[in-house]
Every structure is written in structure tokens, then in C-alpha cells.
Write a protein that binds this ligand. Structure first.
Ligand SMILES: [Zn+2]
Ligand SMILES: [Zn+2]
Length: 455
């Protein structure tokens, strides 16, 4: 394919209007992953993926002019996870594919319900036999379930997923590269499907097989929630399990599922969402389905549980700290005007904020200063806007011959924060001349007879 073929954004829009692609596996736990949708879109348009990336996603102001220079796609790009990147890609790609909503091709519907950290595997994984069967059926795509970190096996073929190309031997495959093709190696481009695979590595365990199926059930949930149902916040799901199966005893539940009691309590209190393995272990032990745990919390009829299952304590393993990536992100955030705080950046990068401060003190400080200035500016702007809106409301009321009382102005502004925000309250009272009841009493006591009244 000629990667130098020059096209414009407009041409891409026109072409994609005729090349509507349908999300595969919709309505099931085998729904397509967003990277696969993106790669198939490029294939359908007969373009290298980088061209779709340049216009549909990257959208830098210089993209239109920079015909010769192609943008770089980050190797760490993770578009199926819960976060800003997934949100940006779902909206950008929806316009090009004609799909109403691509959120179900990512883990975004589980925001707040399951911990985002390590939910999606950093590299691609696939079932070679599934790929081959899809090729026979005519439509090849990569299901989202292959990217869920807790899925180790293919539920259909009861064998482990693969992450190393059998031809070139390279693993840690990025989801998207300049010439990404669905079902093909990101390095050598070889087709990754195989008719049959030697069974020297059958599925690891019954629990791994259970997880493979449960993760499919999980991905089907957001697509099948009925009216009046929703995916519950993590604290509700975990507390429900604790109360219904462990007599409200968080420590007992923690021991049973191989968690630290303090961690489990933090999940119950809603301090952090629980990681997926907690729900999978709970489902395996109790026989409760993903729908029961995460949606209905109705445990009246249960499947077969595995009361004897034992789990090792799972501690959060620290991820390798990528100094240059962190520094690069810090610099970008500073250049971006400090809209993001150091803490926000750290959580976006999945690193501890203390570690970030220790390892990149200078840049972190620079960002903190930029962010403080940004907040001050935004707050000043917000304040002057608020003062202006109060002034306008007061003037409007006066022009209608109405005495602008503080409560009337608050009602008209429809700003629920006024009652709680002392600064806003003072502004309203000052501009209306209507002192609040407490101030009125104070004034009467301190300035008896000296009421200044309205202008
Ligand atoms: Zn398979
Ligand atoms: Zn390869």
C-alpha cells in the first residue's frame, strides 16, 4: 500500500460516508474492540491506518498542511481502557464509522463500577483458532474480551490466548501502528490465525476458564441492561456481596477472596472501585453471575459455586516506571497551560503521585506552579462572571419595579452553590443591599438606628 498517497480530511469524510462499517459481535460478550473497528475502517477505505489516525483522531491544527509529515502513534496507546483517550477515540471514530455509540467497544461503561487500573492488557492478545474461523466466515475482527487483562483463555476453544507472533516471535504488540491490520502481526504483518494449535499448553485452570466466560458475560452487560437497570457503582456491588454472602463481615470476605481486609473495606466505602479480579473471585466462589453482582444484586437463584476454591493474596504489583514517558507527559501538561494538576496527571499515567514528585521534582514543581496560576485565573474569571450575572439580575428586577431581594436573585440565578458559598452569598447580599437574616441581627446589634438601607 502506498503510504505516501495524499488525501485530505474532506476526502476522508466523503469516503467514510460510503464505507460504513458495522461493529461486530454487537449484543454479545464477543463485541469488537475499538482498535479493531479503527483498523477495519482504514482497510475498508483502502488506506494505511496512519491516514485515518491523522485526520480522524490526531486532528492537530497542522494536520491538514503537513502532508509529508505523518504523526507518530504512541506505542502505549490504549484506546479500550476507562479514560480520556477512550472517550476521545469513541467520539472521533463514531463520526467516521456512522456508529451511534462505540463506548461498548471499550471498558468505558464500567467507569466507577470496576477499577480502571490494569483492566485492559497493555499488549494485544488473540486466539489463533478464532481468527481462522472468522476468516472462513468472511469477517475478521478482534473481540474486546481478548484485551481484558483477566481473560487468559479463549472460552470457545478452552485454550490460552496468544500474545507472540508465531512467525517473527515478537510479543508486546501495540494495539495500533501505522499499518495496523486486523488479525495481523504489528511487526511482520503476518496473519495470526491458525487452523489448529498444538495443545502443549491447555488452559491453565478451571478458574481461568471461568474467568474467560465471565468476562464475556461482563462485556455483554452494558449492551443488555433493561430500562430501570444500570451498572452499579463498585461500592454498592462489593457491599452487597459482603452483606449477602459474608454476613456483613468484610474481613471474612477479604480472607476468602485473597484480599487485604483494609483494601476490601476501602472498596466497600467507595474509596476506590474494586478491581475486576475481586468480582470474578466472588462470582466463582458464590456462583453469582456478573449480572447479579454488577446489575441486579438479586441473589435468590445462584449457579454452582466453588466453595472450596483458594486464592492467593494478590498485592498490587508496581508497574515499571517509565521515566521518559512521565517527563514527556509533564512537559506536555505544562505547555498545555497547566489545566491538569500533578495529581490528575499521575492518576492518568497510573503512577503514584509521591513517586512522580520524587522522580521528577523539577517538572512536577513547574506543573504545580502552572496549575495554581491556571486555577487562580479560572477562579478570577468565574468570580467576575458571577458578579456580572448578579448585577444583571438585580438591574433586571429593578427595571421591572421589583425590589431585588437576595432570595429572589438566588432563585433567578438557579445556582445551588450560593447558599453554601460564603463569598457568593456576600456578593448577592452586597449587590442587592439585602442583608441576610443573621447579618441583619448583627447589624441591628452593632449599628442600631444606623441602617444604611438601599441605594
Ligand atoms: Zn478461540
Ligand atoms: Zn510477526
Amino acid at each position: 500500500m502506498d503510504s505516501r498517497r495524499v488525501i485530505t480530511r474532506g476526502e476522508l469524510f466523503d469516503a467514510s460516508a460510503h464505507a460504513r462499517i458495522e461493529v461486530q459481535g454487537e449484543g454479545t460478550g464477543r463485541i469488537e474492540q475499538l482498535s479493531s473497528v479503527a483498523a477495519r475502517l482504514a482497510e475498508k477505505l483502502c488506506l494505511p491506518f496512519i491516514e485515518v489516525y491523522r485526520f480522524a483522531i490526531n486532528q492537530s491544527p497542522s494536520a491538514e498542511g503537513a502532508v509529508g509529515r505523518l504523526p507518530m502513534i504512541s506505542r502505549k496507546l490504549l484506546i479500550e481502557a476507562i479514560g480520556e483517550t477512550a472517550l476521545k477515540w469513541t467520539t472521533s471514530l463514531a463520526r467516521f464509522t456512522g456508529a451511534a455509540d462505540l463506548r461498548n467497544c471499550t471498558l468505558l461503561p464500567f467507569q466507577g463500577a470496576i477499577a480502571a487500573k490494569r483492566l485492559v492488557s497493555p499488549g494485544r492478545r488473540w486466539c489463533p483458532v478464532c481468527l481462522e474461523e472468522m476468516a472462513d466466515s468472511g469477517i475478521v475482527y478482534e473481540p474486546l474480551v481478548w484485551r481484558v487483562s483477566e481473560t487468559l483463555d479463549c472460552a470457545r476453544h478452552r485454550r490460552p490466548l496468544v500474545d507472540i507472533c508465531p512467525d517473527c516471535g515478537k510479543g508486546t504488540q501495540s494495539s495500533l501502528v501505522a499499518n495496523a491490520r486486523v488479525g495481523c502481526c504489528r511487526y511482520c504483518g503476518s496473519w495470526l490465525g491458525r487452523k489448529a494449535v498444538s495443545t502443549e499448553a491447555p488452559s491453565q485452570s478451571l478458574f481461568a476458564l471461568y474467568c474467560a466466560q465471565a468476562c464475556e458475560d461482563l462485556l455483554a452487560l452494558p449492551q443488555c441492561v433493561k430500562d430501570g437497570e444500570s451498572i452499579l457503582p463498585s461500592s454498592v456491588s462489593v457491599s452487597g456481596l459482603r452483606d449477602c454472602f459474608f454476613e456483613g463481615n468484610g474481613s471474612a470476605m477479604a480472607r476468602r477472596l485473597g484480599e487485604l481486609p483494609s483494601q476490601l473495606n476501602a472498596y466497600c466505602n467507595g474509596e476506590f472501585p474494586a478491581p475486576l479480579h475481586v468480582f470474578l473471585r466472588a462470582g466463582y466462589v458464590t456462583g453469582a453471575s456478573m449480572h447479579q453482582i454488577l446489575v441486579s444484586q438479586d441473589f435468590s437463584v445462584l449457579g454452582a459455586g466453588n466453595a472450596e476454591a483458594q486464592f492467593d493474596l494478590r498485592r498490587a504489583e508496581p508497574r515499571a516506571y517509565d521515566q521518559s514517558h512521565v517527563d514527556e507527559s509533564l512537559r506536555a501538561a505544562i505547555l498545555d497551560g497547566g489545566g491538569m494538576s500533578v495529581l490528575q496527571l499521575a492518576s492518568q499515567l497510573n503512577v503514584e503521585v509521591v513517586t512522580l514528585w520524587r522522580r521528577s521534582p523539577k517538572l512536577a514543581k513547574e506543573l504545580a506552579i502552572a496549575h495554581a496560576a491556571y486555577i487562580a485565573k479560572r477562579s478570577a474569571k468565574g468570580q467576575s462572571e458571577f458578579v456580572e450575572s448578579v448585577r444583571t439580575t438585580v438591574a433586571d428586577l429593578r427595571s421591572q419595579g421589583v425590589n431585588p431581594t437576595a432570595s429572589e436573585v438566588k432563585r433567578l440565578l438557579g445556582d445551588a452553590g450560593i447558599g453554601l458559598n460564603p463569598w457568593k452569598r456576600t456578593v448577592v447580599h452586597e449587590l442587592t443591599g439585602d442583608v441576610g437574616p443573621l447579618e441583619r441581627i448583627n447589624r441591628c446589634e452593632h449599628h442600631s438606628g444606623e441602617d444604611d438601607g438601599e441605594q
